[in-house]
Design a protein around this ligand. Structure first.
Ligand SMILES: NC(=O)c1ccc[n+]([C@@H]2O[C@H](COP(=O)([O-])OP(=O)(O)OC[C@H]3O[C@@H](n4cnc5c(N)ncnc54)[C@H](O)[C@@H]3O)[C@@H](O)[C@H]2O)c1
Length: 286
């Protein structure tokens, strides 16, 4: 049922898009990455070159493999360069109107059989499919951060999707070394639907039980065998990203546990965003 994707496009080369493009070129796939400005193209090139270089330093790939991967990467500010792609993965800002505008244009630009995928965490894939004239070609491909490290991809189907294209997207995720799962277009898909309220419960327990972040993390690591404590995990995700995702899930499903705890809202307002600002629940070297 699944067809083989030749060239892949990635639109938006921030945290997620640069990581996804890196995974694709490392897996041997010709990749076209598109950003909005030349300096953002150069930032993405620098980031991907840096992480591939680290792979060489750590003995995970040879210098020749790194160079071959970089040679498969074409970067541009022109969406027209996506025309030859069999699959385009969108990873631009989490804004419905921006994504709808992009999908409508991609729909006009690329061939009729090109699959359009979105990496959205919280928006409706169905709403994006509706922005195109061919909603059957739109799927969700939800990667996790950091994309080169975490294997999961949630491959999201809508009620419109064409099964062959869906299976092609699933097979592509496998081909680039990921562990895809199949799921429907429901708020939070699978992982965030479970993880967001769970992490919010953990944060509420801090105040309810008068426990420190250090001890809460030790409780979940040593009592439940979590590989990382909940406070350290929120620091890694980014407090602002977690608050935003909680608000979106709460707006969609209305369960009180999904609303961000006040402690996190205050931390986000105070710029205590976790690892990326050097301080969240814990302090980090920046
Ligand atoms: N950060 C995460 O943990 C994470 C995890 C999974 C999914 N996501 C989703 O991935 C998407 C991107 O998130 P991110 O964290 O990488 O954001 P980011 O802000 O790091 O990157 C977004 C990039 O898109 C670019 N961009 C914006 N509009 C564009 C356009 N029209 N054309 C081309 N490029 C454009 C921006 O210049 C920016 O570099 C969002 O939908 C987000 O919900 C994020």
């Amino acid at each position: 049922m699944a067809a083989e994707v030749g060239r892949v496009g990635v639109v938006g080369l921030g945290t997620m898009g640069a990581g996804i493009a890196q995974v694709c070129v490392q897996a041997g796939v010709e990749t076209v990455g598109v950003e909005v400005a030349p300096e953002l193209v150069e930032r993405a090139r620098g980031r991907i070159t840096h992480y591939l270089g680290r792979g060489v330093e750590k003995g995970r790939m040879s210098a020749a493999e790194r160079d071959a991967a970089l040679n498969r990467l074409q970067l541009s500010t022109d969406r027209a360069d996506l025309t030859g792609c069999g699959l385009v993965i969108e990873a631009i800002v989490e804004d419905l109107e921006a994504k709808r505008e992009l999908f409508a244009e991609l729909d006009r630009l690329v061939a009729a059989d090109t699959i359009l995928a979105t990496n959205t965490s919280a928006l409706s894939v169905t709403a994006l499919a509706r922005a195109t004239g061919r909603p059957e070609r739109v799927v969700g491909m939800h990667f996790f951060n950091p994309a080169p490290v975490l294997p999961l991809v949630e491959v999201v189907r809508t009620e419109f999707v064409d099964e062959e294209r869906y299976e092609t997207a699933y097979a592509f995720a496998k081909r680039i070394g990921k562990e895809p799962i199949r799921c429907g277009d429901t708020p939070g898909f699978v992982v965030n639907r479970i993880l967001i309220p769970l992490l919010n419960d953990c944060v509420r327990v801090l105040d309810e039980a008068g426990v420190s972040p250090e001890d809460l993390d030790r409780a979940m690591r040593f009592g439940v065998n979590w590989p990382i404590g909940p406070c350290a995990l929120i620091d890694l995700i980014g407090v602002d990203i977690h608050v935003h995702a909680s608000e979106a899930l709460h707006a969609a499903l209305g369960e009180p546990r999904m609303a961000p705890p006040q402690r996190l809202v205050r931390m986000a307002g105070d710029g205590l965003l976790g690892r990326k600002t050097g301080r969240g629940f814990f302090v980090y070297d920046t």
